[in-house]
Ligand binder design. Structure first.
Ligand code: DGL
Length: 281
């Protein structure tokens, strides 16, 4: 039986006992970790939040890809068995490059969200909200189109939502007003399914449901990503089914700034957080 963090000898014999690496531009990716812990509590998770360089969602695809490769290199050096790109903006831009550079199973948030939206829609019209980087990439449209060419996707960048969530305005009239403004065109256009294509949006689920109305199915990309990772790890015989799980959080900027936020995203008490420096590639 492995200890809290399995020994090198044990993990060499049993790759499933190695930790999973999860990264995001900041702390928002803990929404994915929260769902992963709910679904597979035996996993040890090493989390990296690039808080020194957040946000990624306002940056170019080239910059986000470079940052994502540096994040991944840090986690790979910790001996992780798989990588989860919890950030929608990084998943949208960097997955092909990550796949070329690192030879371990690597999962993003976008494909699982696209699959869930494809299954949820009844009228074939899907809405996607995300950062500017995610929406500009067209990644959701591309993947939904590959799954079913009949489907129509309407996308909307919502750059004000990340700061509102970080401010803790989760149930707030200003947030509702901003959501109404962003969602009005796609709701008028008749979307019946809405993909929450950003790490931060699961925390706004109630407000989004209130504004979108009961007819619109919400796809939580944190939930769908965790379920997808579970399936894939099982398939690769890499899912830990015994031993004590847990999460070790690393950030690239000072720790004090993120402690409260980490609790909000993780939905539980603060865990050990460590500040680290990333090497340039
Ligand atoms: N993690 C980012 C995402 O899911 C949101 C925050 C940022 O812009 O970096 O797209």
């Amino acid at each position: 039986m492995p200890g809290r963090w399995a020994t090198a000898a044990f993990t060499a014999m049993n790759p499933a006992a190695q930790p999973i690496g999860v990264f995001d531009s900041g702390i928002g990716g803990l929404t994915v970790v929260r769902q992963m812990q709910r679904l597979f509590p035996n996993e040890q998770i090493i989390y990296l939040g690039d808080t020194a360089r957040v946000p990624y969602g306002t940056k170019s695809a080239e910059t986000v890809t470079r940052f994502a490769c540096e994040d991944a290199a840090f986690l790979v050096a910790q001996g992780v068995k798989a990588l989860v790109v919890a950030c929608n903006s990084a998943s949208a831009s960097a997955l092909p490059e990550l796949g070329e550079r690192f030879s371990l199973p690597t999962f993003g948030v976008i494909l699982p969200g696209a699959i869930a939206a494809n299954e949820a829609t009844r009228n074939g019209h899907i809405g996607v909200i995300g950062t500017q980087a995610t929406i500009r990439s067209g990644a959701y449209e591309r993947l939904v189109g590959e799954l079913n060419r009949e489907l129509r996707v309407t996308s909307q960048a919502c750059p004000l939502l990340v700061p509102l969530v970080e401010e803790g305005w989760l149930d707030h009239e200003v947030t509702d007003a901003v959501l109404r403004e962003y969602l009005a065109p796609m709701l008028a256009g008749g979307v019946d399914t809405l993909v929450l294509g950003c790490t931060h949006y699961p925390l706004l689920k109630e407000s989004i449901a209130r504004v979108a109305g009961p007819e619109v199915a919400l796809v939580d990309s944190a939930e769908t990503c965790a379920a997808f990772v579970q399936q894939e790890l099982q398939w690769h015989n890499l899912l830990a089914t015994e031993g004590e799980g847990g999460v070790r959080i690393h950030v690239t900027d000072e720790i004090e700034r993120v402690r409260d936020m980490a609790e909000r995203f993780l939905g539980g008490p603060s865990h050990a957080v460590q500040q680290v420096e990333l090497g340039a590639l």
